[in-house]
Design a protein. Structure first.
Length: 226
């Protein structure tokens, strides 16, 4: 299997993690040594909702999307987790099944932590267990806030939120319109029409590199749901 074969670099990622940073050095090393590497190509699923949970994962590089399918067949994207994030711990902790799909949005390297090793670590070092609880609470709060905001936004507002959040230092959102539409759960045609409207207003430029934001202020106003 492609990926890392030595735990040393993994220990550094665990040390920077909000959850595993509180562990003793020895506990981090033992936890890393108990794991194994996993590489996912863009679009590959780590798991599907309803799957059994026998491990949690730490994202080493890349991006892992957490999403589900709406009754009408649309994919709903909850969030995306990047390097240092702990993934799939909820089902591991309660012994239940996966509550959402997890898929790589680009090439992603993960470190698989078996349930037994993770539970042993949390039992031995209660501070880490408290850190997991705090992290889960933070994610739940962020998800609730995001869902509340999204439910009162139309396509323009949701698109503005996505573009402003995904832009780089140069204002470029390096995603195709197809990818943008998939993340929003709208058709590409509707997204294309809205982007072209904004391009005529001078708010964005559309090009081969993606969408370049030229006027963030009117987009920010749309995110308020006004």
């Amino acid at each position: 299997m492609a990926g890392m074969s030595k735990p040393d670099p993994v220990v550094q990622v665990l040390k920077a993690s909000a959850v595993f940073g509180v562990l003793s050095d020895g506990a981090r090393e033992r936890l890393a040594a108990a794991g194994s590497a996993l590489a996912l190509e863009a679009g590959a699923f780590l798991c599907r909702a309803g799957d059994a949970a026998d491990a949690a994962y730490v994202v080493l590089s890349g991006e892992l999307e957490i999403r589900t399918s709406a009754p009408d067949g649309r994919e709903l994207r909850f969030t995306a987790l990047t390097a240092g994030a702990l993934v799939g711990e909820m089902a591991v902790l309660d012994g239940g099944r996966r509550s959402a799909d997890m898929a790589a949005s680009r090439r992603t390297q993960l470190w698989r932590l078996p349930r037994a090793a993770l539970m042993r670590t949390l039992e031995d070092e209660p501070r880490a267990a408290l850190a997991v609880i705090a992290e889960l609470s933070k994610r739940l709060r962020a998800l609730n806030e995001a869902m509340e905001r999204i439910t009162r936004l139309d396509l323009g507002g949701r698109l503005a939120v996505l573009l402003l959040g995904a832009r780089n230092a140069h204002g470029v959102v390096a995603m195709t319109q197809t990818e943008i539409a998939r993340r929003l759960g709208f058709s590409r045609e509707k997204v294309n029409r809205k982007l072209n409207d904004w391009a005529r207003e001078g708010w964005v430029d559309l090009g081969a590199a993606g969408v370049t934001i030229r006027a963030p202020a009117p987009l920010e106003a749309l995110t308020l749901g006004a």
